[in-house]
Design a protein around this ligand. Structure first.
Ligand code: NAD
Ligand code: IPM
Ligand code: MN
Length: 354
């Protein structure tokens, strides 16, 4: 039996509703594939912040340094400003654990209808690879000069050569594992954004290391249009932190629902645990009702197993998701069904268990 030590952070809002479904499916996969999970759950959240004044303990990240992975729901709740909750929990994990590759698959699963007319699973199957620790998400110079009619907010973007090269290489390596072997760079190279010519320069340099991989590059504005009109053009799309963030909500929307989109915050060197979480947030508008779609969390669990070397268990979970959503009665409301969160999660766990 393999043992996996997983740090579990349900967090806020629907995070607390979908994480238990992810764990349920992991347990089912564990029974079938001989994996014993040790889930170490913590209450790090906005609620903790309101009680104790911090999102997590000062030594929080020390506690999980030797875990196999972190399994997170969502962070953020209206009563706590987002910059407090996110800089207090989500962003420190990504940075401290050097999870610089945010890998977000966009796949139209069998049984789901895309909002794009006439598109099937063969048309929408790509990855957004998002730089996850620098770029536009920088602490450097974030300030607002107040007190006059001429108030100014200033924020600096940071693109290091090391940080840019490693995310580009990650994208090219991922493309090598895929039949189409194609990388698209999301950019804005007309120099209006000063960091982007640098990104393009590094893209050209790294591309030269991968003569077997075909490439394209598009300005971010037209790229969003191509996601909608030509999703079949894409295989691996690499972008900076902010561009990648935007593309990774747009991608899942064309693949059916933000509620199913998974992500892996990957530390490729495996010096630190990687973190797996859905792309969506805490959804305050539907939290507490038991109607959230658990599939983003469950698919993230599959990505976690894949990362930890259990490809067979991961594949079984994806198949189970496809089996269950083929039946409209098992779908949650965002996908046009009537099932609640637990019904959908249980149905998937049952198929995994076989
Ligand atoms: P959101 O993803 O929470 O919600 C956007 C919309 O999608 C809402 O209408 C919501 O009901 C719907 N939705 C999201 N997930 C769903 C699911 N599983 N099933 C059904 N419907 C779903 O984004 P938001 O409203 O911009 O942000 C809400 C809070 O979450 C904010 O505090 C934000 O900062 C935070 N957030 C956290 C993360 C994260 O933890 N990684 C990601 C995004 C947003
Ligand atoms: C995501 C989220 C986060 C991000 C927010 C909540 C900081 O939108 O994981 O995509 O922008 O990275
Ligand atoms: Mn986002």
């Amino acid at each position: 039996t393999n043992r996996l030590k997983i740090a579990t952070i349900p967090g806020d809002g629907i995070g607390r509703e979908v994480v238990p479904e992810g764990m349920r499916v992991l347990e089912a996969a564990g029974r079938r594939f001989n994996i014993a999970f040790q889930f170490d759950e913590v209450d790090w959240s906005c609620e903790r912040y309101k009680k104790l004044g911090s999102m997590m303990p000062a030594d929080g990240l020390e506690q999980f340094r030797n875990h196999d992975a972190v399994f997170l729901g969502a962070v953020g709740w209206p009563e706590v400003p987002d910059h407090v909750s996110l800089w207090g929990l989500l962003i420190p994990i990504r940075r401290e654990y050097q999870q610089y590759a945010n890998v977000r698959p966009v796949r139209l699963l069998k049984g789901i209808t895309s909002p794009l007319a006439g598109r099937g699973p063969e048309d929408i199957d790509f990855y957004v690879v998002r730089e996850n620790v620098e770029g536009e998400y920088s602490e450097v110079g974030g300030r607002v000069y107040r007190g006059t009619e001429d108030e100014v907010a200033i924020q600096e973007a940071v693109f290091t050569r090391r940080g840019t090269d490693r995310i580009l290489r990650y994208a090219f390596e991922l493309a090598r594992t895929r039949p189409r072997r194609h990388v698209t760079s999301a950019t804005k190279s007309n120099g209006i954004i000063h960091s982007m010519p640098f990104w393009d320069e590094r893209f050209a340099a790294i591309k030269a290391e991968y003569p077997d991989i075909a490439t394209s590059q598009y300005h971010i504005d037209i790229l969003t249009a191509h996601f909608v009109q030509h999703p079949d053009w894409f295989d691996v799309v690499v972008g900076s932190n902010l561009f990648g963030d935007i593309l990774s909500d747009l991608g899942p929307a064309v693949a059916g629902s933000i509620g199913i989109a998974p992500s892996g915050n990957i530390n490729p060197e495996r010096t630190f645990p990687s973190m797996f979480e859905p792309v969506h947030g805490s959804a305050p508008d539907i939290a507490g009702k038991g109607i959230a779609n658990p599939i983003g969390q469950i698919w993230s669990a599959a990505m976690m197993l894949e990362h930890l070397g259990h490809s067979d268990a991961a594949a079984r979970i994806i198949e189970a998701i496809e089996t269950v959503i083929a039946d409209p009665a098992s779908r949650t409301r965002d996908m046009g069904g009537r099932a609640n969160t637990a019904e959908c999660g249980r149905a998937i766990a049952e198929v995994v268990a076989g």
